[in-house]
Ligand binder design. Structure first.
Ligand code: PMP
Length: 432
């Protein structure tokens, strides 16, 4: 597909910001949506709106089949063995919270309330196929994250570990911004962690981790591997069977899809053990006032009404990526990034902490200007970049870049001309 045809599909790219054409370089925060995604949402509400998996009228059946079509598409998108390994969530953050909270063993509250033969709160433990006792996190356990992580892949683990008195260790990174495999191996030998939760692509540095290798090593020591693929899904062909991670999560809105939709993938054998994080409609069967059974995964983890229109539109986002070709997207972004980085490196005031990473993200700081000033002044030219800590404060501390850094993150619709204008305006701003 030609660049002109790609750009035509994104109505927002015609917008003017402060009377200048929008140049949107904040794609790691969220990407824009092509017409097929926008239309899918309008079509759903105009033609098919109903609650799936509930009523057996025509609209209900249509809604169910649209949801299951998205589940199958998502499953193929990451090469899962079975579409039933796909759980719809609200996004990466929710997926990570579901996984982390599942490693917390609930104490069953037996006969908490016993009124007129109605026993609430009893034997919750028997309702689902839980982890084995030795799979939960205890005060003797360790779990690993890495120095690269987004707060969404730090805080749920911090809460879990604080509740149980377990210890989090962070795997250091190399000069190239990737997980240091030597240190990782040594740490595995020393601590035997139960969980290793790491990002596939860094949202700050664009560095890409070797997840297959990390999974292989972690599994040798009995750890489960959680992969945060929020920044990988729009740029890399994901193959969960090859990565061999136990869990993988990502968000639709970073891959041309709608907000409020995410995917939690887990290998069937671990998915069945995850604890529902919400209880209510749709997730249970055999319900009485005494008890209920949790439905088999993924439905037991999808309580309440989902973001139906969003999930339906995710199908179109996946189609958009497939039709454009993930390899072509990666190639285009890679060429743009090389050009961007070369131009940035030619500006003496600019420092790039880890140049030459694989992903389409470049963060930089300057010797003479605060990141907020850079972001604000660029906005006056219609250019959107992200400034701040990017929800990766521990990484920024390690990089020693103060309270923030400027980030350019690319998508398939960005052009060389846009990068040229960005560089020209950046030079103007920092040399004023
Ligand atoms: N992990 C990474 C690496 C991210 O970049 C982000 C979003 N910036 C998240 C997790 C959280 O994603 P969401 O806000 O869609 O839940």
């Amino acid at each position: 597909m030609s660049m002109e045809n790609i750009r035509k599909q994104f109505p927002i790219l015609k917008r003017k910001i402060h009377n200048k054409p929008l140049i949107y370089l904040d794609n790691a925060a969220t990407t824009h949506k092509p017409l097929c995604v926008i239309n899918a949402i309008v079509d759903f509400y105009s033609l098919h709106n109903a609650n799936p998996d509930r009523g057996f009228h025509t609209l209900g059946i249509e809604a169910s089949s649209l949801i299951e079509r998205s589940r199958k598409a998502a499953s193929r998108f990451i090469n899962a063995k079975d579409s039933l390994e796909i759980v719809f969530t609200a996004g990466t953050t929710e997926g990570l919270n579901i996984i982390a909270s599942s490693f917390l063993k609930d104490t069953p509250s037996v006969n908490e309330v016993n009124r007129e033969n109605v026993v609430y709160g009893s034997v919750i433990q028997d309702l689902r196929n839980n982890f084995k006792d030795n799979e939960y996190i205890t005060d003797k356990d360790f779990m690993f994250i890495s120095d690269l992580e987004h707060h969404s892949n730090i805080l749920p683990w911090m809460v879990l570990c604080k509740k149980k008195g377990a210890t989090i260790k962070s795997i250091p990174i190399t000069q190239q911004g990737c997980i240091d495999i030597c240190s990782f191996e040594q740490m595995l030998k020393k601590y035997h962690p139960k969980i290793v939760a790491i990002t596939y692509v860094s949202n700050v540095l664009g560095s890409v981790n070797d997840i297959s290798k990390i999974s292989k090593l972690a599994h040798q020591y009995g750890a489960k591997v959680v992969c945060d693929a929020a920044q990988a899904a729009p740029h890399i062909a994901i193959d969960v069977q090859n990565l061999d991670c136990d869990f993988l999560v990502f968000s639709a809105h970073k891959m041309y899809g709608p907000t409020g939709v995410g995917i939690l993938y887990a290998k069937k054998e671990v998915l069945d053990k995850l604890q529902p994080h919400k209880y209510g409609g749709g997730m249970a069967e055999n319900i009485s006032l005494q008890n209920f059974d949790v439905r088999a995964a993924p439905f037991g983890l999808e309580s309440g009404t989902l973001n139906i229109a969003g999930i339906v539109a995710l199908y179109e986002a996946i189609q958009f990526i497939n039709n454009t070709g993930i390899e072509q997207i990666a190639q285009h972004e890679h060429e743009l990034k090389k050009y961007l980085e070369k131009e940035l490196q030619a500006i003496p005031e600019i420092i790039i902490p880890t140049p030459d990473t694989q992903g389409p993200i470049v963060s930089f700081h300057t010797r003479n200007m605060h990141h907020l000033d850079i972001g604000t002044l660029l906005d006056a030219y219609g250019i959107a970049i992200r400034t701040g800590h990017h929800c990766a404060k521990p990484l920024l501390d390690i990089l020693n870049v103060g309270d923030g850094i400027s980030r350019v993150s690319l998508a398939v619709y960005n052009t060389k001309e846009e990068i040229g204008i960005f560089i020209e305006k950046l030079k103007k701003i920092i040399r004023k």
